[in-house]
Design a protein around this ligand. Sequence first.
Ligand code: MSP
Length: 706
Amino acid sequence: MTSYYVTTPIYYVNDAPHLGHAYATIAADALARFHRARGEDTFFLTGTDEHGQKIAQAAKKQGIEPHAFADAIVKRFHTAWKELDITNDDFIRTTDPRHKQIVAALWRRIEAAGDIYLGSYDGHYCIACEAFYPDSQLLPGNLCPLHQSEVSWVSEPSYFFRMSKYAAALLDHIATHPGFIRPETYRNEVVSFVTGGLRDLSISRTTFQWGIPVPGQDSHVVYVWLDALTNYISALGGPEASLFQRYWPASCHLIGKDILRFHAVYWPCFLMSAGLTLPETIVVTGFWTVRGTKIAKSMPATRVDPIGLAHDIGVDAVRYFLLREVPLGADGDFTYEALISRYNADLANDLGNLVSRTLTMTDKFCGGVIPPYSAELARSGPHAELVRTAAQSIRDSSEHYIEYAPSRALEAAWNLVRATNRYIDACQPWKLAKELTNEPNAGSRATATGAGIELDHVMRTALEALYCTARMVMPVMPEKAAALLAGLGVEGEFRAEAMGSWPDPQRFGGELEVGSAIVRGEALFPRIDKTTQTALLDAWSPERPEVTEGAARGDATSGGQARGGQTRGGRSSERAAQPDVQRSGQSDADATASSADRPLVTMSDVAKLDLRVATIKSARPVPGTRNLLIVELDVGGGETRRVVAGIAAAYRAEQLVGRDVIFLANLKPITIRGVRSEGMILAAGDNEVLGLSAVDRKVPAGTRVR
Ligand code: MSP
């Protein structure tokens, strides 16, 4: 069986995980899930990098031992990865005894090759990078080119690694293995760096203790990058172990662009010296920035909490956004507006709406069970076209995952989603259903009339397309893929099988079981309407600039890296004109109505709103937010409701208690910042609250408002 071994960088433990860390780990997880589904013997490794001056200093600052300091942060990484649905097979810590042992063994192999000698190092060192810098690479004022902070001067005895010896072999390897460093721009960067000449590398330090002792030379600790890079083989038990035989060389080291040189130059040279095979591919990711500044723990203004986002809009939506929005090698500027836009456009409108309309119509027209497929109809017209599109999507998506382009893999899956929406529009199953009811034998649905067969076939084709889609998006959105399969009535071992294997284009049309019941549950991706959007944006970034009209409409033309907005916006308005049955569950009508020009409503629209007088019982801030309050209301009949209201800029919590307000009681509940909000207090003002609603005399809580 083919093996697939994917690694993330091991993370420094000087602070809790942030979005940049989550990105690499989610990407590696999606790759691991995809390769498992292809039936490959997969091993997925992540972990933490705990030695070196940087961690020693951070621990000292807090007055704790480095090991205890690392333990506390490592727990946060474990929690984060659990919350983000990460399926790593192992978690390596560089303080693990198993790791220390292999670092010592690797040192000895390199030493035995005659590649280590004692010298002394005089030069500049950036503690944040844990890297030596020749003067030529520093910015004026002796600043680190990456961190723009002052570097230290180091002068100490040190062991050196004969890296210069491997320059030619490394260039040769890069030339003969075009996929060794991806994307190509990073490959070129490495080639020009190595061509410029490689110096021998200082690989031990003597001025601090927090590290792995050099074998036989306790006064030296191993340079933290030699220590850290070794994790990729120490987790396998080292070169003699059976796991090593099974998984080495690594198929993919996924890394950020700031650590390219360590992985694409130092690591291959160490491995060549130790007589070990080089990894197949080093895949380099770009940076996530916030308003152009790299997200980093040292920059509080760039902090984006991936776990908070996952709680608020779902873990799969966050995973989807990160992998879809920006191709792996590129930088991306993160905005909350772009996150919401993409959620609404791709997840709520395209996929969520397709699922909702397909299941609704299957319920209505096919008795809620999987209808038969007609091999004959499938041979021509729109039916045949959709079968071809499905096959193409499956092939493209798989190729893109293999080529480390998850964004394009998802795009390929969306080709099928959009084609299926168009297919339903073209086939108009609601018309076929109408024809059926007009037929003389209308009472008996079992009659195999033309319209009946076609109606069944259209619905079955759409259901099969959803089955393929669930499996194509599974690596990125495992939870939603499972929920979608459950909706299609795929249960138990069949679901496990569908989740654990890659779709086969040849089997399109024959995957689902005729007669098994579909399940119409909660909307897969409830649309984030304008009110929720404002509340979420308030919670996530209270100091944000005003929401742009595009973002408010769920139109992907605004914010960050969102692309293709014009088409998405266009589609929304087209769909708004279609009959209800196609769009049930998830309305996108608000996507087309601007605040200045709202559509006319009828009394029956108004009657849908459960408006009541409610009395505020208590109010308190949502921790960590500026504008959000948790408000508890007496809504009559002995019932208390809790809402999260974005009104703290206009009212202090204590001013609110005892007030009567108008309350919308049947607004779909949402969770904001981990708090379930069940309703909405009406207030005047658009983006900014100018005044709360009120009644002009005392009436009992719960009194209806009309
Ligand atoms: N400990 C080293 C890696 C050793 S691997 C043998 C290290 N750790 S780190 O915690 O600073 O960074 C880990 C990874 O997170 C790096 O690949 C880095 O590029 C990535 N990211 C950190 N901030 C990032 C963004 N803002 N955006 C995307 N990824 C970034 O380096």
